[in-house]
Design a protein around this ligand. Structure first.
Ligand SMILES: *Cc1c(COP(=O)(O)O)cnc(C)c1O
Length: 455
């Protein structure tokens, strides 16, 4: 067979035309979202007050395997997709490993991450419904940027609540969003009831994703013509992100490559859920087997140390309850945590797959993550996002393991984005000032004690 190229691209004709809904092939479906008041499954009409109608349908659909991607979204995708699947020849050589390493690079767009794949879809359905605008939260800023880009393209208003610590640490990220016409408010803010309440209880808080979500939801539900959109965690987001895995699989199939291991970083689970979707589908249908590994920060370890329980998706407890691996919705990672992936819970789809033993999870310390990021940047050229570097760290570890055993495993990992806006974190690492904080069992227990009591 011909030598595998450094970059495997798909032609426009080869690009996927439909998203794949992994839930259709799951025997144990993810648990339904519950109304926080009644603990009954959320009805479509209840969700429609918060989300766009078409997205509610996608959220609740556990049976339709494929959703056609609307023409307008396909056209937008073609501006920055297909994303390359890169054979990491240079990294392999540097490590001296017999393993074959591939990464799917999603950082080739201005948002610097995979988030644009779902942002354009969600903005499209909001526009189609005739809405004026959308609200959302952003942590590190990639989602807010992606949504601003999508809203600018479609002519929708975009209000972003940005976790205060990121707002202050990443002024340039904020300006990118404003360039695309979004309004950006540091969260918690005094603009919302829930923001005021959180500030009264925790004066001086640097904010959290859960808290920013509460604010964005409050504004969406109290402003005429607005809905809330979310960049991760929800099943609809995993559906849109399946484009990553479908492209990866099509590119690998072109050269007859079958991965042994698929590795992805996991915050709320959207890139990982998208990357693994078609592979996990084969696994669920008994057609193939793959080792699938989620990588999370040791400072925010929802899969590896969390509880599988119903919890709020947000700190303000206004959102529906989701059954997921969670650290408790009040959990806020230590302020020295700089590596992203700071959400307290995990996609209910991935939580169920993990609980069923269909995938593995591991956690890594942030100093090790930045070391891996640097190794990668120096040989592969791309400056990785700290989030993505969690996957790099484990891919490198597995490749080094192959060096010991002499096994020629094929490793695929998701390189979700670039780290140009994370230079404060890189600076800390270079100056030897980065520390690792791992929560104690007592701290986690205190947070678990506040999980909602069911029945
Ligand atoms: C948001 C983000 C993540 C984590 O989110 P998931 O929903 O878990 O994928 C990972 N990498 C980058 C670059 C991100 O922007």
């Amino acid at each position: 067979m011909s030598q595998i190229p450094y970059k495997i691209y798909l032609t426009e004709e080869e690009m996927p035309k439909a998203w794949y809904n992994l839930r259709a092939d799951m025997k144990n479906k993810p648990a339904p979202l519950l109304n926080p008041g009644t603990h009954e499954p959320m009805k479509p009409e209840e969700l429609a007050g918060v989300f766009c109608e078409e997205l509610v349908k996608q959220e609740l659909d556990n049976t339709t395997p494929y959703f056609d991607i609307p023409e307008e979204i396909l056209g937008f995708y073609k501006m920055y997709r297909p994303s390359p699947l890169v054979r990491a020849y240079c990294l392999e050589k540097k490590l001296g490993t017999p393993a074959k390493i591939y990464y799917k690079f999603e950082g080739n767009n201005t948002s610097g991450s995979h988030k644009l794949n779902s942002a354009i879809a969600q903005a499209y359905y909001a526009k189609k419904q005739g809405l004026k605008g959308v609200t959302t939260e952003t942590g590190a800023g990639q989602w807010g940027t992606a949504l601003s880009m999508a809203c600018a393209y479609l002519g929708l208003d975009c209000k972003v609540y940005m976790v205060k610590v990121s707002y202050e640490q990443k002024p340039f990220r904020r300006e990118v969003m404003r360039t695309y016409g979004a309004s950006v408010t540091p969260s918690p803010s005094m603009e919302t009831e829930v923001g005021k309440k959180i500030l009264a209880e925790h004066p001086g808080t640097t904010g959290s994703l859960g808290c920013a979500i509460s604010e964005a939801v409050e504004v969406a539900t109290t402003t005429e013509g607005y809905r809330y959109v979310l960049g991760s965690v929800l099943s609809q987001v995993l559906l849109h992100q399946s484009i990553i895995g479908l492209e990866t699989k099509a590119a690998l199939d072109k050269y007859g490559i079958k991965p042994d291991m698929i590795i992805g970083c996991a915050g709320g689970g959207s890139n990982l859920g998208g990357l693994i979707a078609p592979f996990m589908g084969e696994k669920l249908r008994g057609e193939a087997d793959y080792r699938i590994i989620a990588v999370e920060p040791a400072s925010c370890p929802s899969l590896t140390r969390g509880k599988y329980a119903y919890d709020f998706c947000d700190t303000g407890m206004v959102c529906p309850l989701a059954k997921m691996y969670t650290l408790g919705c009040g959990f806020i990672p230590a302020p020295n945590h700089a590596g992203g992936l700071r959400y307290h819970g995990m996609s209910s789809v991935l939580s169920q797959l993990y609980d069923d033993g269909l995938m593995e999870a591991t956690s890594v310390k942030q100093t090790d993550v930045f070391e891996a990021a640097e190794t990668f940047a120096r040989v592969e050229g791309i400056l990785p996002a700290p989030e993505s570097s969690h996957a790099i760290k484990v891919a490198i570890d597995k490749a080094l393991k192959c060096k010991e055993t002499g096994e020629e495993k094929t490793i695929v990992f998701g390189l979700t984005g670039t780290g140009y806006f994370d230079m404060v974190a890189y600076e800390k690492f270079h100056d030897g000032q980065m520390t690792d904080y791992i929560p104690t069992d007592e701290e986690l227990q205190a947070s678990f004690d506040k999980l909602p009591k069911m029945d």
